[in-house]
Design a protein around this ligand. Sequence first.
Ligand code: SAM
Length: 320
Amino acid sequence: MALINDKYGRTFRTLRVSLLQHCNLGCVYCVAGDEALKAANSSHEGKALTVEELLAVIRRLHGQLQFTRVRLTGGEPLLYSGLPALIKGIRDAGIPDIRLTTNGFLLERQAAPLKAAGLEAVNVSIDAIDEAVFFAMSRRHSAERVIRGIDAAIQAGLDVKVNAVIMKGLNDSQILPLLEFAFSRGVKLRFLEVMAMGHLHQDAGRFLVTQDEMLRIIGERYRFEPLTRVAAATARYWRTDEGQVFGIIANESEPFCQDCDRLRLDSQGRIYGCLSSNHPIALELEEGEEAWAGKLAAALEQKQPLRFTGSDLSMLSIGG
Ligand code: SAM
């Protein structure tokens, strides 16, 4: 049983681990421009924890919170060396549900070994099928490479979902092409409303395509019905008349803070209770159980009551 609860009954049941703070893509919602991209990729501010260091932290947190799931993210987690050993170590620590969020660039080669190490599922981010739009969103080529990664993950037997952040005037033309692609592969696609994070903290509104707007666009091509929301889930799902399912993660228009059960750990061993609170809490392995319990309670207090407000925290360092 989990040790701590807040007044809304929330606790930490899932752990998101940001393995490193750099990425091989420069997506416009994560980094501000070419200068920011260069800085993000050259500084690598702070050294990422090693596999053994990360496992020591994860084991102790799991002892206190009994996680049901771990999601590995970044930066780009496929750039983290020792990823298969980390996955195996997390399984051995007694957490079998291990998932990964990736941009898919390096997935074609890594899908099978990661599955063999014990990975259950991947969420692959792809914001466009059209190559020009893909480049405008990520500042890298190519969508086709990511699609090869998605196909390799399906082939390897991983449970695959696809994520697409939709931004007004940039890739809203891709909603239907992305759906067609996902339906053709039989994978669940989730559209994300853009979040007020990092350099977009005060500026996300002008790019926001709301859940209602997305549903209107999808409705031009498909008829669909809503499905019942699963507790603590980030996405709501709909099923088309043809039986295909898609989702929307509507952080802005339908926040899911009320039953959020996520604890985040960054690549330097700091925890965050909420994306809207940029106040990392450093965990030290030398500290005792009681000190960690106090820090976990402080992280839980960071959770917003019911509404996501965003923060200056860059998604590049904390992961989605
Ligand atoms: N590099 C990996 C990837 O691309 O999936 C993992 C890290 S990335 C920060 C994780 C997820 O966060 C991606 O799906 C990305 O699209 C999403 N993301 C980043 N910044 C965002 C923002 N401002 N609004 C919405 N989603 C965002």
